[in-house]
Design a protein around this ligand. Structure first.
Ligand code: NAD
Length: 439
């Protein structure tokens, strides 16, 4: 393999995983972040996010002298006599108030990379960005780069999932690289060669569209099955059988056909919005994406509506919220359905008790100003509860002692937003048990 010099700007969920995994595959990697707290932690071998398996890999590659951290982009580009062959931009692209992607972090980093490079470098957009961002990065870099220093821009969207990010990065279904430059394509090929995964080369705009279209398609699949689950609830059909029957058709596929309380997280909601917005900007009204979002907004309130069906007014009633992260194995609370659910319980003056094995500290930050009692474990949370809302399918909740839970509650109502338990068994135990789309 050819050992490459890699700079990754942004050490969040994507940047840190990208940098660490590229070091693991043998390259020399410098990770950069403007957040000094993160860099200090990483230099001490601690990781600022929860991602299974990542801490061990960071330590291993730091020790092996393949992984370095700094706060300054210039030092990331020229580090200890090694000039970067590739500079990844992996900073956030959060939504603006109109739903479009805020690309100001990407622009700033493109500018700083261009100022720092002194030899040919491939500038890679790893962040999820709207189509045509590559052109903007190229224009920006051209304005700031030194005379006679060449560069190319490539798009290389990331498809990892939080919770299984390391495996997803090291063993992807496909790697997408978008560039019009053969020189850049060759460099990118050398970067990814050790992974031995299929690489799809496209032009930059197609690559950018692949990411937005993929995430929006997956979000649409989730909203579709959730809409079908609503019909199941109105007719007595069982969504699990319906999903199984649909998923056995190879044209449809079984994944992302699980009914629940809707999608959340840093990617699907914002990418769906940003995709809608860029389509509109380009003169195409992608209304389907609006519907996907609306179905999801309704679905998030499933547990609240079910609680009202059982308990009438929620004011003064105690609700035990089990799970805050948008899915298990992550501490990421950004756009988690639990936030909207808790806000709506708060509006209804419910007494809210909540716990999450990993995301609790991040949740506390986001829910400042809302009256929530954060508890240390399941049993503490369900004490004297009028109902349980199960929002994240952590193993801790799947394996809880249900008889003990039942004894601790005031009323035995369990609203299972993730279809974790068997309705028959739960009813046999004595729960008033409701799950999504199942009789
Ligand atoms: P994040 O917020 O966890 O990390 C972004 C990092 O960039 C932060 O640590 C921040 O301090 C740093 N940063 C911001 N401006 C900087 C600057 N000027 N210089 C240096 N560092 C700077 O975000 P994330 O979840 O890693 O997402 C990054 C991008 O990847 C987004 O576009 C996102 O949509 C995309 N993406 C995310 C995921 C995911 O699962 N989180 C998956 C695929 C793609």
């Amino acid at each position: 393999m050819k050992k490459m010099n890699v700079c990754v700007v942004g050490t969040g969920y994507v940047g840190l995983v990208t940098g660490t995994c590229l070091a693991e595959s043998g390259h020399r990697v410098v990770c950069v972040d403007s957040d000094i707290r993160k860099i200090n932690m990483l230099e001490k071998g601690k990781i600022p996010i929860y991602e299974p398996g990542l801490d061990k890999l960071v330590l291993k590659n730091k020790k092996a002298g393949r992984l370095f951290f700094t706060r300054r982009i210039a030092e990331g580009i020229m580090h200890d006599g090694h000039h970067a062959d590739v500079a990844f931009i992996a900073v956030g692209t959060p939504p603006r108030s109109d739903g479009s992607a805020d690309l100001s972090f990407v622009e700033k980093v493109a500018e700083e990379i261009a100022q720092a490079i002194t030899q040919y470098t491939v500038i890679v957009e790893k962040s999820t960005v709207p189509v045509e961002t590559g052109e903007w990065i190229a224009k920006t870099a051209a304005r700031f780069v030194r005379k006679n220093v060449e560069f190319d821009v490539a798009s290389n969207p990331e498809f990892l999932r939080e919770g299984s990010a390391v495996t997803d990065f090291l063993k992807p279904d496909r790697i997408v690289i978008g560039t019009s430059s053969e020189r850049a394509a060759k460099v990118m090929n050398d970067v990814y060669a050790p992974l031995k995964s299929p690489i799809l080369f496209t032009d930059t705009k197609s690559s950018e569209l692949i990411k937005h279209a993929s995430n929006s398609f997956l979000a649409a699949k989730i909203s579709f099955i959730n809409a079908v689950s609503a019909l199941c609830e109105r007719t007595g059909a069982n969504i699990e059988d319906v999903s199984r029957g649909m998923g056995m058709d190879k044209r449809i596929g079984a994944s992302f056909l699980k009914a629940g309380i809707g999608f959340g997280g840093f990617c699907f909601p914002k990418d769906l919005e940003a995709f809608y917005w860029i389509a509109r900007k380009k003169g195409y009204d992608f209304d389907l994406l609006r519907n996907v979002k609306e179905i999801n907004e309704d679905q998030k309130m499933w547990t609240v509506h079910k609680a009202e069906e059982e308990l009438w007014n929620l004011g003064g009633k105690t609700v035990a919220v089990l799970g805050l992260a948008f899915k298990p194995d992550t501490d990421d609370m950004r756009f988690a359905p639990s936030i909207d659910i808790i806000k709506s319980l708060h509006e209804r003056h419910a007494i809210i008790r909540a716990c999450d094995p990993i995301a609790q500290e991040n949740a506390k930050e986001l829910l400042k100003g809302y009256d929530v009692t954060f508890c240390k474990n399941v049993y503490d949370t369900v004490k004297d509860a009028d109902c349980i809302m199960l929002l994240t399918e952590w193993d801790e909740f799947k394996n809880m002692d249900l008889k003990k839970v039942l004894k601790l509650m005031r009323h035995p109502i369990m609203l299972d937003g993730r279809n974790v338990f068997s309705p028959e068994q739960m009813r046999k135990l004595g729960f008033i048990y409701k799950s999504v789309g199942r009789p």
